[in-house]
Write a new protein. Structure first.
Length: 268
């Protein structure tokens, strides 16, 4: 009996010693995935309810589609992890669907249903930097080991609250995370909007290996644009360059455009 008790204590001691050698955050078994993707969508008041509904429907349809299912199965590991986040001002970010491993039709359909069934909400201000910072932190909570990490930011206006968007981008890219964009340009520039939002996203928001954006200019393009973007991100592809390019040199976007608009609105 004493021998058995002594042996049990030795085993317990070895188990404890082994556990202490595991790096923090890896104590629980992690899942290897081809991609960890944060979908970060704008719900600021500049997004009308119809745009919000189209945005939700676009992402839900994407994850219901056979093409997306096939793209996931076509990966080296055949699985991805995704979380769906809504954001507005600097302190307003909310996880709508937590990290979910998608590796079969049932998991994809359930993920799509959670996106579609959550009530819509709207909030004040636009902090792309806040969305990027919040999304970056989420990767530490994913409990997956991804081959690639991507943040998918969609919105219809420039950063106007929180820290400078290029600072947030720089810190995130330094961690090896890619930021892609979906600039929504379905209305004429007006109150707190800017012309050429796609150029702003190109120069101030997106970055990292293989980074790209898919602008949306028409309502009937919205759902398909989202589906195309998700497919490209899963397959680790970039969209083909347009056939028509501007001949003249295009000036760089002003990455403080949103902050300047808000300042002018406040003091005029």
């Amino acid at each position: 009996m004493m021998v058995r008790v002594g042996f049990a204590r030795i085993l317990a001691g070895l188990a404890l010693a082994f556990a202490l050698t595991i790096p923090p955050g890896r104590a629980l078994a992690e899942t290897d995935v081809d991609l960890a993707l944060v979908i970060a969508v704008d719900i600021s008041f500049s997004m009308d309810t119809e745009e919000q509904a189209l945005q939700r429907e676009g992402f839900a349809q994407a994850f219901r589609s056979k093409q997306v299912h096939d793209a996931i199965r076509g990966g080296m590991l055949g699985k991805i992890a995704v979380t769906y986040v809504e954001w507005a001002g600097a302190s307003d970010q909310k996880v709508i669907v937590p990290w979910t491993v998608l590796d079969n039709p049932e998991s994809l359909m359930a993920f799509a249903e959670k996106i579609a069934s959550t009530p819509l909400r709207r909030a004040q201000r636009t902090s792309i930097s806040g969305a990027i910072d919040f999304s970056t932190k989420l990767f530490t909570e994913s409990n997956v080991t991804p081959t690639r990490r991507v943040i998918d930011v969609s919105g219809d206006g420039p950063n106007n609250q929180g820290r400078i968007v290029t600072d947030a981008r720089k810190d995130t890219l330094a961690k090896g995370i890619t930021i892609n964009g979906l600039p929504i340009m379905m209305r004429r520039p007006g109150y707190l909007d800017i012309a050429d939002l796609d150029l702003y996203y190109k120069d101030c928001v997106i970055g990292g290996q293989g980074a790209f954006m898919v602008p949306v200019r028409e309502r009937d393009q919205f759902v398909q644009a989202i589906k195309t973007k998700i497919l490209l991100e899963i397959a680790n592809l970039t969209p083909p360059e347009g056939l028509i390019h501007r001949v003249q040199n295009v000036p760089k976007a002003n990455c403080l455009a949103g902050e300047m608009q808000w300042r002018d609105r406040t003091y005029n």
